[in-house]
Design a protein around this ligand. Sequence first.
Ligand code: UD1
Ligand code: UDP
Length: 371
Amino acid sequence: MEKKVLIVFGTRPEAIKMAPVVKELKNIDSLNTAVCVTAQHREMLDQVLDFFKITPDYDLDLMKPNQTLNELSSRIFSKIDVVLNNFKPNLVLVHGDTTTSTIVALASFNRQIKVAHVEAGLRTYNKSAPFPEEINRQITGRITDYHFAPTKNAANNLINNENVNPKKVYITGNTVIDALFWGIKNINDKRLEISKLESKTDKTKKLILVTGHRRENFGKKFESFCNALLTISKRNDIQIIYPVHLNPRVQSPVTKILKNIENVLLIKPLDYEVFIWLMNKSYLIITDSGGIQEEAPSLKKPVLVTREVTERQEAVESNLVKLVGTNKKLIINETIKLLDSKEEYNKMISADNPYGDGKASKRIKNIINSL
Ligand code: UD1
Ligand code: UDP
């Protein structure tokens, strides 16, 4: 009988990291692979679907402005159940740590459908950070039947700390590197959006690329981070470019503190093609994003991470990223170090990327094909 696989995702980072898996699985003739997007994100998800040319088979279209985690969860539960009942997959693939992945894993489990988890095993073991992602990961990990861990560390978390059967844990590398390599190959730098952005960058200055959206930083911590950027912007040898996440709880402090500031360019979220182009042009990156920390080492860009703890310890140990939290002084001092000391800068770009070789999605395909 034909086997059916349902790949489900909902946010920008999940879409980027699942895109290479979709491409691989759609190539297996003996599998009936369908894609379902919850559209937990709308515009930011569509940007990714366009670039990777993915047309979902099911679109639950459930984002609401300023959604709470519980409203979102309840909408996912009720809408995914209809898809599970109609498509009747043998296996559901979810990704990472979002509300989409955890609720879909649980809904699949409730229908006794097997679950595979891409980017499995990342942990801080601190339930407040990242919030709610750490607990999302732990719950998804309990439910999962096949764990695709990006690194040895992630696999060890599952096997040694959580007693997961080692035969169900596969070290694959992170599919974000597959997406990045595909993206780099497919950048069209003649695109209008790229030339428009290029005309706004100041080539005489060092470009600092910034993003930030983590829930545990909302409020005072986020303001402290924006105030650090404000101080850094006073230097006349830098330009800050900040594509601002569409969450109103991010938009509001960022515009309040950084709008109309010289040397700070606030822009809308960029589609993946333009974002990779911009990462490549940047001198350093300040971010709390998980995916950007994994991509930047392949582009030889140092990253200051505005988080207190991390589930991506490999990059810290290799000196590729530095945790600076949201302490204003620390962000400013570490940024200045990287701007003024070539030695400090070089220390952060010399190691190899620990997150993958661009073949993770092929490995995942082979494993699924052999199940
Ligand atoms: C979600 C994920 C987080 C991931 C992040 C990536 C959870 C709990 N959080 O957080 O793990 O790192 O995505 O960006 O799953 N919005 C739009 N348009 C969009 C996207 C968002 O308007 O395309 C606005 C909406 O008002 C929405 C709000 O942002 O209600 C929050 O979106 P949501 O997905 O709930 O949370 P994120 O903070 O984006
Ligand atoms: N990204 C993008 N456009 C942007 C900012 C980020 O395409 O304006 C990409 C980035 O390259 C990375 C991913 O989005 O692959 C990270 O998503 P996000 O920061 O939203 O989530 P996280 O990685 O923290 O879960």
